[in-house]
Ligand binder design. Structure first.
Ligand code: PLP
Length: 378
């Protein structure tokens, strides 16, 4: 039950989160409205330069979304019909749909139960003579074992592409997320840690040819400065100036916002770890990781979820159905049981409220409520 003294805790609480940014949004709209720059102009260029500075990548190519970033990279690498790309059975749909939409086959591999991330051994077992690329994804608070994937890619002569959509600012083995293979992506979808005010994404790469082709592909295959000359069949996958202008204001605060997210994750870890094994928090140690969503594995997920809802605490399920059992991938011929860990996570995973602007005491209330649920003899 919620009362004035115990207000509901919403999962992402947009009104609380936007309060800080309203002025910036209004100013950016005014700036853009008074300019004649709308798409792929000076703000976008400055944002690309800022991402280069933040990540150390040689090139950053701004695009319309994280999904667009994956599409453009796969296309620039020439991934297409007859090719296979090894990718997790448990992820956001784009990790695999972008492969399938190139006419290639997403070859699913199972994930690790502890992290919910692509299992390197399973990925290796899925590699065939037709495999062109490995595509692991960062999810929740986790970073894939990029060392193992880089090693596998080198041994088998594969491209390593990182779906680091949620992980701008994270590091693995001292190297920024997105910079372990030939290319990586970031999403600026509003819910993401580096969220903007609409859809937007970024490609990072050290490969000058990939960057050159990606720049053409995002804009109808046109080389820079040659309007209506189409070198390649490309996409309309361009970033607009409103989003870029807003992100230029947000990125300087990204590290501080990430720290606030980590503080909530650490509070959850401390309060929830004693509940194992009935409830398993994600692996601890959030330094260097992107804390996007805090996903626990709960044996009685549906009961816990209803109990928390009754306490005014909103939760979310990432993901209710694994990719290999999605109707959109029915053509791949998978059946329940093919990727048991992914399927188990779909039954157990529950995301607790976490964002940088949680009200004082809100995270503690979540911990209390979860503890009470399990104290009731479960
Ligand atoms: C793991 C993962 N990959 C890719 C994407 C796609 O990013 P976007 O929503 O910007 O297209 C998302 C975002 O939803 C994601 O979580």
């Amino acid at each position: 039950m919620t009362t004035a003294a115990t207000p509901a805790i919403s999962y992402s609480d947009w009104p609380a989160r936007s309060a800080d940014w309203v002025e910036d949004v209004v100013e950016v709209f005014r700036e853009v409205a008074e300019s004649d720059e709308f798409i792929l102009k000076s703000r976008v260029e400055r944002l690309e330069a800022e991402i280069v500075r933040l990540t150390g990548a040689a090139h950053a190519v701004a695009v319309a979304s994280g999904t667009g970033a994956l599409t453009v990279i796969l296309s620039a690498l020439g991934v297409g019909e007859g090719d296979e790309v090894v990718t997790p059975a448990f992820s956001f749909v784009s990790t695999a749909s972008t492969v399938a939409l190139r006419g290639a086959r997403p070859v699913f591999a199972d994930v690790e139960y502890e992290t919910a991330l692509l299992d390197p051994a399973a990925a290796e077992a899925a590699v065939t003579d037709r495999t062109r690329a490995l595509l692991p994804a960062y999810l929740f608070t986790g970073s894939p074992r990029m060392g193992a994937f880089a090693d596998l890619a080198a041994r088998r002569g594969l491209h390593l592409v990182e779906d680091s959509a949620v992980a701008l600012g994270a590091e693995v083995d001292g190297r920024p997320a997105g910079r372990h293979g030939i290319a990586g992506v970031y999403s600026f979808f509003p819910a993401k840690p580096a969220g903007g005010i609409g859809d937007a994404g970024m490609i990072v790469t050290d490969d000058p040819e990939l960057a050159r082709v990606a720049r053409m592909l995002r804009n109808h295959g046109q080389p820079a400065g040659r309007r209506f000359h189409h070198e390649l069949l490309g996409f309309n996958c361009r970033m607009d100036e409103l989003t870029a202008g807003f992100l230029l204001r947000k990125l300087p605060r990204l590290a501080e916002l990430a720290e606030r997210r980590r503080a909530v994750a650490e509070l959850y870890e401390e309060g929830l770890r004693p509940l194992a094994p009935a409830l398993l928090p994600p692996p601890a140690g959030f330094a260097g990781r992107s804390v996007y969503t805090y996903v626990v594995r709960a044996r009685e997920r549906e009961e816990l979820r209803s109990y928390l809802a009754g306490q005014g605490i909103e939760t979310t399920v990432y993901y209710p159905r694994p990719l290999h059992l999605q109707p959109a991938f029915a053509g791949l011929g998978h059946a329940p049981g093919d990727f048991p860990v992914a399927e188990r996570l779909c039954r157990e995973a529950l995301a607790l409220p976490l964002h940088p602007d949680m009200a004082p005491g809100a995270a503690e209330r979540v911990v209390d409520a979860v503890q009470r649920f399990y104290a009731a003899g479960r």
